[in-house]
Structures are given as structure tokens and as C-alpha cells.
Design a protein around this ligand. Structure first.
Ligand code: KG4
Ligand code: ZN
Length: 345
């Protein structure tokens, strides 16, 4: 069991990769649907599913070509089984299982968040178990204690919006395109520090939970205050609000991540998920960690957001622990608690 094909199709990115247990990541390819959904201001599930159908097979051929191998060389197929959009997940699951059936090899369903939180292990230097993972994506904000592959303990999570969602919704209020996280962050670079201060929800709640839904109301109030006579707010004010939004989200994430390390007495933090690409988050975490003798690990930037490499890699690690199924019956799990993936000890 050496060469694993990974297929990611949980949301608006079709990602495919080939991971070799001894040689590492051989090839990966991604098609993002951002342009497809941007005119609607968010992901349209039916359009997402149809586009995954169009893209998956050409991407699989592309990675096979990049890795200079044939489909017959693949030993197992890992696909994202959940959580995510059900129609989109079904595309990856059905293609993965059909191809596995045709090639007479095992197929394995992977938890999308397990893919994200193991993705920093693809980079060097890699963290060593155990570590704390801060999972910050468009759909999730969680702090997890990770003891090994298949041992996850939830330490805290968002009670409402995810951090990425808070970025995206605030960006939309500022008139930015979807998904707004990276665009808001770019706009924030021109912001004047200290002009606005937005609330840091649950900063001192004493636990490791988050709440971001109030932030968009605070952003909306600021935007309304600065819309003069129905005109759009001026560029500088937009940049200042973007900066204040980013500062509020990042402050909460950094404070809670440090609290999780203190509580668990662990020294390594892994940051995964799309918001992990945020440069201010990285800078603040690195600075805080440096002062406290802690280490922070990130996936390579291209593997922060959804991708096939993390699914192929998680599949490779899982296949070393368990048998892949070869009955090719499949289902998908649009909602799925990561702790259900825990293997018995
Ligand atoms: O992990 P991901 O690709 O998809 C999910 O599984 O949700 O995360 C996407 C999220 C979006 O909300 C996007 O706005 C956010 O990650 N994001 C960022 C940045 N790049 C992506 N948020 C803040 N700063 C960034 N540079
Ligand atoms: Zn994701």
C-alpha cells in the first residue's frame, strides 16, 4: 500500500493529489470555483456539485501525468466523506469509489477536518505528536488536542459563526468580493491602526469557546455610520474598518490558542484551515510563541485552503492503521464530529 490518490470535493474546490508513503507528495492539482460563485456572493451548492463532476476526472488524469504514473499504479483512493455540502461530497465519494472498484483497490472516506489538521505534517519541520491544533476555516473554528492520528479531543469551538465566516461576512459588508478573507486582509494593510476598535467576543470568557456572530453587527454599524447621504464609504475608512475587523478576529484566535497550550501544557501549536493563511494571524502567533518558548506550525500556504494533498496524506496515514473498505458502498456525512473518528485505544 504505497500510492494513494486523494480527492477533495467538500465545498467549492476540486482538489486531487497523489501521495506516496515513501516518496511523499508526488503531484497535486486544484480547481477553484471562486469565479463561478462570486456573482452570487457565496457558494451555490448545485453549481458546486456540477462543477466537481466536470473537473474531477481531468484533474485525476493531470496528477497521474505529473507523477508520471498510470491509474493502475494507485494502491488506494481517499476521498472526503464529510463534513461539507452533501451534493459536492457525493461527487468525490462516487468518483472515488467507482474508480476504486474499477481498479480493484480499497477506498477510504476521510474527515475533511482531519485532513486540515494533519496538513502541517506535510511540511518540514513537521510538528510531533501531541500538539494543539487551531482549525480555522470558512465552516469551522475549533481548538483540538491531537495525541496521534485518530486521537482528537475538542477543547473549544465557535458557538456561532466560524472565523472565516466572520471574515467573509464583514468583507461583504465592506463591498468586497466572495470569499472575502484574503481580500479584506489585503485591504487592511492600508488601514490606520487605532482608528476603530471592534469588540473581541468571549475574549475573557474563561473557556476556549469562540463567538463571532456579533462582529458583523459591529462592522455593519460602523459602515452605516460612515455612509454619508447613501454614498459608499471612502477608501481609507474601508481600510480602517477592515484592519479593525482583522485585529478583533486575530486577537481572539491568538488569545484562545495560547490559553489552550497553557491548559494542556503542550508546546506545539498547529494552525490549519483557510484563515491560517492570514499574515497578521501568523505574525501575532509567531511573536507570542517566540516570547513563551512555544512553536507554531503552518501548512504551506497552498495547503491552508482546501486541497487534495491533505486528503491523500490523511488517507495514507489512515491506511497504515486500518483496512480500506472494498465493498464500495458509500455515504457522505455533511455534518460530522471529528471526535467520531477517534480510534479505540
Ligand atoms: O479551509 P477553507 O479553504 O475552506 C473551508 O473548509 O471552509 O477556508 C476558507 C476560508 C474562507 O472563509 C476564506 O475567506 C478564509 O478561509 N481565508 C482567509 C484568508 N485566506 C482564506 N481569511 C483571512 N485571511 C486570509 N488570508
Ligand atoms: Zn476546509
Amino acid at each position: 500500500m504505497k500510492l494513494i490518490l486523494g480527492i477533495e470535493s467538500s465545498c467549492d474546490e476540486t482538489g486531487v493529489a497523489l501521495y506516496h508513503i515513501e516518496r511523499g507528495l508526488l503531484a497535486h492539482a486544484l480547481h477553484t470555483q471562486i469565479a463561478l460563485h462570486s456573482e452570487y456572493g457565496g457558494v451555490v451548492p448545485e453549481l458546486a456539485s456540477r462543477d466537481h463532476i466536470r473537473r474531477a476526472l481531468p484533474l485525476i488524469r493531470e496528477v497521474a501525468q505529473q507523477a508520471n504514473c498510470n491509474l493502475q499504479d494507485i494502491d488506494a483512493i481517499a476521498y472526503t466523506q464529510g463534513p461539507g455540502l452533501s451534493g459536492a461530497l457525493l461527487v468525490g465519494a462516487s468518483i472515488g469509489c467507482a474508480l476504486a472498484y474499477a481498479l480493484d483497490i480499497p477506498a477510504i472516506g476521510i474527515h475533511h477536518l482531519e485532513g486540515h489538521l494533519l496538513s502541517p505534517l506535510l511540511s518540514t519541520p513537521a510538528p510531533k505528536f501531541p500538539f494543539v491544533a487551531l482549525l480555522v476555516s470558512g465552516g469551522h473554528t475549533q481548538l483540538m488536542r491531537v495525541d496521534c492520528v485518530g486521537q482528537y479531543t475538542l477543547l473549544g469551538e465557535t458557538l456561532d459563526d466560524a472565523a472565516g465566516e466572520a471574515f467573509d461576512k464583514s468583507a461583504k459588508l465592506l463591498g468586497l468580493d466572495y470569499p472575502g478573507g484574503a481580500i479584506l486582509s489585503a485591504l487592511a494593510k492600508g488601514g490606520i491602526p487605532g482608528r476603530f476598535k471592534l469588540p473581541r467576543p468571549m475574549l475573557h470568557s474563561g473557556d476556549l469557546d469562540f463567538s463571532f456572530s456579533g462582529l458583523k453587527t459591529a462592522v455593519l454599524t460602523l459602515v452605516r455610520q460612515h455612509e454619508l447621504n447613501g454614498q459608499r464609504i471612502d477608501e481609507q475608512t474601508r481600510a480602517d474598518i477592515a484592519l479593525a475587523t482583522q485585529e478583533a478576529i486575530v486577537d481572539v484566535l491568538v488569545t484562545k490558542a495560547l490559553a489552550a497550550l497553557k491548559l494542556t501544557n503542550l508546546k506545539q501549536l498547529v494552525v490549519a484551515g483557510g484563515v491560517g493563511a492570514n499574515q497578521q494571524l501568523r505574525a501575532q502567533l509567531n511573536e507570542a510563541a517566540g516570547k513563551r518558548g512555544l512553536r507554531v506550525f503552518y501548512p504551506d500556504l497552498e495547503f491552508c485552503t482546501d486541497n487534495g494533498a491533505m486528503i491523500a496524506f490523511a488517507g495514507a496515514l489512515r491506511m497504515q492503521q486500518q483496512e480500506g473498505k472494498q465493498d464500495y458502498h458509500f455515504n457522505v456525512k455533511p455534518r460530522w464530529d471529528l471526535q467520531e473518528m477517534n480510534t479505540a485505544i
